[in-house]
Design a protein around this ligand. Structure first.
Ligand SMILES: [Fe+2]
Length: 101
């Protein structure tokens, strides 16, 4: 699972967006800062940070060191990018950005 997020989600999907899609969006007049592009770039960085935190303890846990379980749970912890409305609905980049406008 970690490999999927590291290899496909970050190195393939996110990199493709950052190298190709985001520059096209920016060229069409959407600024890189203060809007949806900034939110998406921030989410990519948060994802990389979460993957690094989890990987730091997951490898030992998967090799049988069960004492790493509390650290592994803590590594997943609450992420700033995940938020829910009062009705419990999960917000996304675009809904959070729209709510700021
Ligand atoms: Fe994406």
């Amino acid at each position: 699972m970690l490999d999927f997020f590291t290899v496909y989600v970050d190195r393939v999907h996110n990199k493709k967006e950052e190298d190709h899609l985001f520059p096209l969006i920016e060229a069409r007049g959407i600024p890189r800062s203060g809007g949806p592009l900034a939110v998406m770039l921030q989410e990519h960085e948060q994802g990389r940070s979460l993957l690094a935190r989890v990987k730091a303890v997951a490898d030992d846990f998967l090799l049988g060191d069960r004492e790493q379980l509390p650290a592994l749970r803590a590594a997943f912890g609450p992420t700033p990018s995940c938020s829910r409305t009062t009705s419990g609905r999960r917000t996304t980049s675009s809904t959070r950005w729209r709510s700021r406008s």
